[in-house]
Design a protein around this ligand. Structure first.
Ligand SMILES: Nc1ncnc2c1ncn2[C@@H]1O[C@H](COP(=O)(O)OP(=O)(O)OP(=O)(O)O)[C@@H](O)[C@H]1O
Length: 238
């Protein structure tokens, strides 16, 4: 579903290179040290960054030259998923049409998405009038109405408490399964990878060092960088 072929990208002295494929319907977590290139990997798939060399393919089509809005992708960020001056209904409707001109069926879809993430009663509120967890639900609802086959998550629930994070992860997992989405999720939480992602990629210094079934990756003996990254968490788990 997603394929990066010889994709290279550079920030100053940080040279990255990605050769990786994510099959249709897969849910993959991406973990690794800060500054390793996890967000950049998502940005290359979404089209917010352009590779120096190589190709990005989605669903078999070469999207390397396409801008983000023409790619079959939704992305949920750690924050900044909402516009403060728009109410929740409008924030979600943006996922359907940037002009906010929606027909009846599209309006019904926006309302159904808000209801699905538990914001049905709050749709006339502004983002400043709801909690941080509820704001992240707005991002999830917008991804729902966009109805694109690829969902990219960049530490979307990092600022939430453990219980809320678990709820949100379950919501995203259920929604992805129901729609057969291909999901790539950056996280610093090994528990989140174990809970949601069948496979996990370990990324350091601009390279995917390993991509394996999640539990297998965390138990691996051949990845010293991963051991250092996981630290005490790994010793406590094994
Ligand atoms: N806009 C930018 N301008 C210059 N350098 C950048 C920019 N964005 C990222 N970088 C650099 O690119 C490298 C990879 O950054 P990236 O954000 O992809 O890492 P990350 O693995 O997502 O990190 P984190 O876990 O801290 O979010 C880092 O060395 C970072 O400093």
């Amino acid at each position: 579903m997603i394929r990066l072929e010889g994709v290279t990208f550079r920030y100053e002295d940080m040279q990255m290179r990605f050769d990786v494929a994510f099959p249709k319907g897969s849910f993959t977590a991406v973990i690794g040290p800060s500054g390793g290139g996890k967000s950049t990997l998502l940005n290359l798939i979404a089209g917010f960054e352009a590779p120096e060399q190589g190709r990005v393919l989605i669903g078999g089509a070469d999207v390397t030259a396409l801008p983000p809005h023409q790619r079959p992708v939704s992305m949920i960020f750690q924050d900044n998923n909402v516009f403060a001056h728009l109410d929740l209904w409008q924030n979600v409707a943006l996922g359907v049409s940037p002009s906010l001109k929606l027909d009846m069926a599209q309006k019904a879809r926006v309302e159904a998405a808000l209801a699905e993430v538990g914001l049905g009663a709050l749709m006339q509120r502004k983002p400043g009038e709801i909690s941080g967890g509820e704001r992240q639900r707005v991002g999830v609802a917008r991804a729902l109405v966009r109805d694109r086959p690829v969902l990219l998550l960049d530490e979307p629930f990092a600022a939430l408490g453990p219980a809320m994070r678990k709820d949100m992860l379950e919501l995203v997992t259920a929604m992805s399964q129901a729609r057969d989405l291909t999901v790539v999720m950056v996280t610093h939480q090994p528990e989140d990878a174990l809970a949601a992602a069948r496979h996990t990629a370990y990324l350091e210094n601009g390279r995917i060092v390993a991509l394996r079934p999640t539990a297998e990756l965390f138990a691996a003996e051949d990845l010293p960088g991963l051991h250092a990254y996981l630290g005490d968490w790994r010793s406590a788990k094994l």
